[in-house]
Write a protein of this length. Sequence first.
Length: 281
Amino acid sequence: MGLIGAHVSTSGGIATAFDRAEEIGCESFQVFVKSPNQWRGKALSDDDVAAFRERHGQAGRPVIAHAAYLINLASPKEDILSASMAGLTDELTRCHRLGLGGLVLHPGGHLGAGVDAGIELVARSLDAVLSRPETGDARVLLENTSGQGTALGWRFEELAKIIELTDAKDRLGVCLDTCHAFAAGFDLTTDEGYEAMLEAAEATFGLARVEAMHINDSKHPAGSRKDRHENIGQGLIGEGLFARVLADERLARLPMVLETPMGDDDLGHARDMDTLRRLRG
């Protein structure tokens, strides 16, 4: 069965994430390695790295990171593209130092340049970044998107094409987001829609390349192309999907991370973790 968990805060130092994860019973979790809304972040000290690696070794659970939302490797604007490549290099370097298993990345938006041009630019940008020695062996997990605006990756074929065009294929994986897949058109309220999503994944980039999942309900209907997460069972996907995911042996090895609303009391993830444990039985 999948290793359920949530995105947790690193406030007070990146190693503090383990305390928050343990508090709600995470079997895996996700963090930001720097502020997700700024190009630059406070440097990780050797003490930060040592403390994180010690806790990681003790906990023995998968931890992944999520890249800053500003990064857009498909941008036709040279200044944004340059900043995005520098930002991704910095985050992968942090992941490498921390020993993290992968960095989840939205492929980016082509901003009107066209899908083919955007895909080509993402592939070239990834190769340039992944060739830099400081990034070590840290992996990039391309995330499927809802298809809002000019975002690439809502069609699985687009993710597959990026991987195909990238030289550093051994450094690339995929993170499947349930809310995004639903918004992109897979009706995950049915067995048929769920199987269609997994069959499409296998036929394009391959299920073996899926290394993590974001398990989120959706505020908007299937095919809406709108990216708004909802708490498990409170959205338009419903509990049935998550019961299927948790029982699916094909996904049993994966970290499955919540990115659902925290609520006014900041207990949204704790409640969703309880729901997932109940669904898993």
